[in-house]
Design a protein around this ligand. Structure first.
Ligand SMILES: Nc1ncnc2c1ncn2[C@@H]1O[C@H](COP(=O)(O)OP(=O)(O)O)[C@@H](O)[C@H]1O
Ligand SMILES: [Mg+2]
Length: 293
């Protein structure tokens, strides 16, 4: 029997995530694969020699809807094929790591500076570091928590005072600074790439916020994938070794596209509704071809 496991986070009860798992399960079953949805747990561990002790046998593959990088590492060590892989999820989860991995690969992105890591709550942010950010990126400037999602960890500083306040507030969490792309204020594109092919895109727009995330009240409509957008998104997914992803793309000057961030675990409910593309089916079909030929 063909058997798969779909793993969700150990703690999350977000209906969107659980719904995503159900949608994939039903598409796998259509393809003759019995898929079990499970919450992440201590399915494998390492003994004193680093050998994997596995309590998690009998699955042909795992659709990893979690971002827990420790569990994904151990599951891969046990020989289980994860979609997406441990390394791909780990790099995408950290926006600064994603930027560094994509830099120099011919993928246009907004100018970005990784924040300096601070381990001392008593230390103050240095004035010359603020000067550097202001000089390099100008105002307004975007400040992002490296591990944020759904728009929650993305901020805009309009002047030096706001930047200083944000730097102090975020000092102890990994973060980055990014040029504010004013031509894209309140709108961007979300493109889904599966198995190296861009398969659906939507434009997201907000009238009230510079962040266009649907979770913050943005609205969406289906968008065309022109050749340039396709090339950039497919190259991005390939560079990061992603089987599946949702790429956020900003509108730069003169019709230029700029990769804003890459979501290895992008929710697909919204884009399915807006575009009519059956993302769960395409992803399940891609995985089955990879595993069973
Ligand atoms: N450099 C930028 N310039 C203009 N808008 C931006 C910039 N970076 C992010 N945004 C807006 O903020 C939203 C959230 O940022 P993003 O990096 O995608 O973080 P999240 O993971 O929280 O979605 C984007 O979809 C976009 O609308
Ligand atoms: Mg985003």
């Amino acid at each position: 029997m063909k058997r798969a496991v779909i793993l969700t986070n150990a703690y999350s009860t977000l209906p969107t995530g659980l719904n995503q798992a159900e949608r994939l399960k039903s598409e796998f079953e259509r393809l003759g694969v019995s898929a079990e949805i499970r919450r992440n747990g201590f399915f494998a561990s390492l003994d004193k020699d680093g050998t994997v002790i596995n309590n998690f046998c009998g699955y042909d593959f795992c659709v990893y809807l979690d971002k827990d990088k420790y569990t994904s590492a151990i599951l891969e060590k046990s020989g289980l094929r994860l979609f997406n892989s441990h390394a791909a999820v780990r790099v995408c989860d950290d926006k600064a790591e994603t930027h560094l991995a994509l830099a120099g690969q011919g993928i246009p992105m907004p100018p970005t500076v990784a924040g300096l890591l601070c381990y001392d709550a008593g230390a103050s942010v240095r004035s010359n570091d603020i000067d550097f950010i202001a000089r390099t990126l100008g105002y307004p400037v975007i400040v992002k928590e490296s591990y944020g999602s759904l728009g929650k960890g993305v901020y805009k500083a309009d002047d030096r005072h706001e930047l200083e306040v944000l730097c102090e507030k975020l000092k102890l969490v990994p973060h980055l600074f990014q040029k504010f792309i004013s031509t894209s204020a309140g709108k961007d594109l979300r493109v889904i790439v599966i198995g190296g092919k861009a398969v659906a895109a939507m434009q997201r727009k907000s009238d009230t916020d510079f962040r266009s995330n649907l979770e913050l009240g943005g609205t969406a409509k289906s968008a065309e994938i022109d050749e340039r957008l396709r090339d950039i998104c497919e190259l991005t997914a390939k560079t990061l070794n992603l089987d599946y992803c949702g790429i956020d793309v900003l509108y730069g000057e003169n019709g230029e596209y700029l990769v804003c961030e890459v979501n290895s675990n992008a929710f697909f409910g919204g884009i399915e509704r807006v575009t009519g593309v059956n993302i769960a089916r395409l992803y399940a079909e891609y995985i089955c071809t990879k595993i069973y030929g």
